[in-house]
Design a protein around this ligand. Structure first.
Ligand code: ARG
Length: 460
């Protein structure tokens, strides 16, 4: 039995099967194997430079790890629950291959600083992938914005038609949100990219380690400066999950809009068939499953954020086994994010825009009422008064079932004698759009400027 367990010499009886299953993490932490080996190789090299390991040991460790890596990649390694986690599985495999040199690898190290290092190395790589995927989705939205810069749709507040906006402008709103998500990822990556290795179990080690060497080898930007903090906090994982949650919320909001817009009640867009499914009972149905699932999965990621926060909440310093529970929520967050970003970019590239329906909806909602009010203000009426004049005109148009732009000049002049022939230029949705021609405004000219700005940013 003492063969099976690293610490078994101290115990009178083996761990029960149930406990083995309950405490083991190999089922899920095996995905850290590659990063675990990366960390071990750097640790071994540093120990050799520090005179703790011989260069023969280092050569054997490198050879053994190369073989193990190949076994993992070929799917040939057999993970054992008896060895609890990925760290002990790999160490045992190494020792089986190279003997005592493998047993010496764990000098000056503990699984506590080892696992914290592994997760950070792994998450650092995932964040880079996620950043690329964010930019790919941004590009898809920018393309859509460029094509539809002059397409008029109703802008909503309170989900009531408010003012005409460019569909391209609407798409670019999400490009901005994703831009901040990208920044949050970059920012959080800085704090992920700090090295716990060398903290050992909690207090550091008696060997003459040189953490600067390991950090340099592993490409860590900084070294965790307190051993107790290094092994125990998972704030970097929480911070990442919070950033992931926000990103999912942004995509959930867009999803909600896509779902509404695809409904025949709106009919603003169509989503390519390959992203939708039918109904087993209603032959006419085409359901927007992908955006619906994105909306649902946003809840799942927020759940992981709450889970990780609660995981930390009552832990005394330093490492506690509770922390083993950080992995599944973190892994699932990353997987959900990566899958969602991938499918979303594809889906947005397959969106068909229906400008006629968008324009018809603008015409139904008196969307240019504010433009008429602004027109009167420019002719000298105080805004509050013009607001009231336009309210009367809207009421009149509504009673007659027509748009403001359908009212004849003499009728409009009945509400204010300042109205002239040029009023019709501001009453069309296109006129309304073009009039908002300033930084951040919805005029197609501005939309195209923003498209150019984002294209340049994304090309960097
Ligand atoms: N599997 C453990 C984890 O994920 C590794 C560290 C275990 N350390 C320990 N002292 N039991 O956190």
């Amino acid at each position: 039995m003492s063969q099976d367990k690293t610490w078994s010499g101290r115990f009178n009886e083996p761990v029960s099967e149930l406990v083995k299953k309950y405490t083991g993490s190999i089922d899920f932490d095996q995905r850290l194997a590659k990063w675990d080996i990366q960390g071990s190789l750097a640790h071994a090299q540093m120990l050799t430079q520090a005179g703790v390991l011989s260069s023969e040991d280092l050569a054997a460790i490198r050879q053994g790890m190369t073989e193990i890596l190949a076994e993992i990649e070929a799917g040939k390694i057999e993970w054992s629950l008896d060895l609890e986690d990925v760290h002990m599985n790999i160490e045992r495999r190494l020792t089986d291959k190279i003997g005592d040199a493998g047993k010496r690898l764990h000098t000056g190290r503990s699984r506590n600083d080892q696992v914290a290092t592994d997760i950070r190395l792994w998450l650092r790589d995932q964040i880079s992938d996620i950043q690329n995927l964010i930019q790919n989705l941004q590009s898809a939205l920018v393309e859509l914005a460029e094509k539809n810069a002059a397409v008029v749709m109703p802008g909503f507040t309170h989900l009531q038609v408010a003012q005409p906006v460019s569909f391209g402008h609407h798409m670019l709103a999400y490009v901005e949100m994703l831009g901040r998500d990208f920044e949050r990822m970059a920012d959080c990556r800085k704090r992920v990219n700090r090295m716990p290795l060398g903290a050992a179990a909690l207090a550091g080690t008696t060997y003459p380690i040189q953490r600067e060497i390991t950090a340099e080898l592993l490409g860590f930007e900084q070294i965790c400066q307190n051993s107790l903090d290094a092994v125990s906090d998972r704030d970097f994982a929480i911070e990442f999950t919070a950033a992931a949650g926000l990103l999912m919320i942004h995509l959930s909001r867009l999803s909600e809009e896509l779902i509404l817009w695809m409904s025949p009640r709106f009919g603003f867009i169509d989503i390519a068939d390959r992203f939708c499914t039918g109904s087993s009972i209603m032959p006419q149905k085409k359901n927007p499953d992908v955006p619906e699932l994105v909306r649902g999965k946003a809840g799942r990621v927020i759940g992981h954020l709450s889970g990780l926060l609660l995981l930390m909440k009552s832990q005394p310093l330093a490492y506690n086994k509770d922390n083993q529970e950080d992995k599944e929520p973190l892994f699932d967050t990353v997987d959900t994010l990566i899958d969602t970003l991938r499918i979303y970019a594809d889906m947005m590239r397959g969106v068909t825009v229906k400008p006629e329906n968008m324009r018809a909806a603008v015409m139904q909602g008196f969307a240019t009422a504010t433009d008429l009010a602004d027109y009167l203000v420019k002719k000298g009426i105080p805004f509050r008064d013009s607001h009231e004049v336009v309210a009367q005109a809207v009421r009149h148009a509504e009673q007659h079932g027509v748009d403001l732009s359908d009212l004849p000049l003499d009728v409009l002049q009945g509400f204010s004698s300042l109205v002239a022939e040029d009023v019709y230029e501001v009453l069309t949705p296109e006129g309304s759009l073009n009039a908002r021609n300033h930084l951040g405004g919805t005029a197609p000219e501005q939309v195209l400027k923003q498209v150019a700005r984002w294209k340049a940013l994304l090309a960097q």
